[in-house]
Design a protein around this ligand. Structure first.
Ligand SMILES: Nc1ncnc2c1ncn2[C@@H]1O[C@H](COP(=O)(O)OP(=O)(O)OP(=O)(O)O)[C@@H](O)[C@H]1O
Length: 355
């Protein structure tokens, strides 16, 4: 059983050559995902810095692989198209936003026979976005809706683990056939590629692959359309996310945050990004709410932003265990606190999306 703190300690023993700090402490390791036997994250650097950071990636990979119980490690070194400081501005600049939804009300990438597309986003990695995506999908399905889930989290695809999926999707009449798990139709970038194949997942290729999975998967048919497709986005507000949300006809987004200020600041940034491209934020969910991280931060933030607060999920070992075992807690313990929380969120989301 790999412990997230142990992973962070291992990574912080490696220095960021620019700052001299540990690579987690310096913010270099992004989107860190730790499951029971795997870990992965992404290092985003300016194009001129790849040679400088390649040894850091190699050292991190070697150090993680040496941890007892670790079966798969994915460290992605990704060079941005423009240097990082300029990129952040560009993500939210009027020029970027100009290309957004309001000017293009009928995006071409709408998947066929899918009534609504709901994104699950977070400003920060590791806040429980995938956990929320999977459990919310189950809760929507429990309302009698036909539900699909697309794991677009190129930095750390966790759907295969969380739903117990393996094997490539089928292919029929020019379209991919999604897996079925717990009544959900499911696709994940993790099923299409080895996550260790770092180079494949550079920005532009990542969004291309996701667009393909979105539009070339048989989610529904004319007789049996899919009611809602839940898309688990990669964490953050960088290029991959921007391209995706500009290309994808999202009907709404649910933003997941932990209660700490750092996570909330990123959640705020995510909300701003979606707002600017015309995708309504259906609400904020506070995850890992409770003693360790505090409570109530996301509710207050939702109020400040003028969006709905959808609920708080406690820090609960069953969520982690359910995720690791491929059995979402919402289904495993249907009368529990977690399932009740997601049932309420599903009701509000259904209403907002007119499902
Ligand atoms: N409320 C919770 N209580 C306990 N563990 C949780 C909770 N929510 C999520 N986790 C665990 O935290 C880890 C990270 O969660 P998850 O993969 O859902 O986050 P994420 O935001 O999708 O991460 P990333 O963006 O880095 O892919 C997982 O091991 C998950 O099981």
């Amino acid at each position: 059983m790999i412990d997230r703190d142990a992973v962070i300690a291992v990574l912080d023993a490696i220095s960021d050559p620019r700052t001299g700090q540990g690579i987690v402490a310096s913010g270099l390791a992004k989107g860190l995902t730790v499951t029971s036997d795997r870990a992965g994250f992404v290092i985003e650097v300016a194009p001129g810095d790849t040679a400088l950071y390649a040894p850091v990636r190699d050292a991190a990979e070697a150090a993680l692989k040496a941890m007892p119980g670790m079966t798969r490690v994915s460290v992605v070194l990704s060079a941005e198209a423009v240097p990082a400081p300029a990129r952040r501005g560009a993500s939210l600049s009027p020029a970027a936003v100009e290309q957004g939804r309001p000017k293009a009300p009928v995006p071409t990438d709408r998947p066929a026979h899918v009534r609504r597309v709901l994104a699950i986003a977070s400003g920060k990695g590791g806040v429980g976005k995938s956990t929320v995506a999977v459990n919310l999908a189950c809760a929507l399905s429990a309302r009698g809706l036909s539900v699909g889930i697309l794991d677009a989290d190129v930095y750390g695809p966790s759907l295969p683990t969380m739903l117990g999926l393996s094997g490539k999707p089928g292919y029929e009449d020019g379209a991919m056939v999604p897996h079925e798990a717990h009544g959900l139709k499911a696709m994940s970038v993790g099923l299409l590629t080895q996550a260790t194949d770092a180079m494949v997942w550079r920005g532009p290729m990542a969004s291309q692959a996701i667009t393909q999975m979105l539009t070339q998967t048989r989610w529904g048919t004319s007789e049996a359309p899919l009611d809602v497709l839940v898309v688990d986005l990669p964490p953050g507000t960088g290029d991959v996310q921007l391209t995706l949300i500009q290309k994808t006809p999202l009907d709404g987004v649910v933003i997941v945050s932990t209660p700490q200020e750092v996570a909330l600041a990123d959640a705020r940034r995510a909300h701003t990004l979606f707002e600017k491209v015309g995708v309504p934020t259906l609400g904020l969910i506070e995850n890992m709410s409770g003693d360790i991280f505090g409570r109530g931060g996301a509710r207050a933030e939702a109020e400040r932003l003028g969006v709905a607060f959808l609920g708080e999920l406690p820090l609960d070992a069953s969520l982690r265990e359910g995720g690791d075992a491929g059995r979402p807690t919402t289904l495993a313990v249907p009368e529990g606190v977690v399932a009740r929380c997601f049932a309420a969120v599903a009701a509000r989301v259904s209403e907002a999306l007119k499902l």
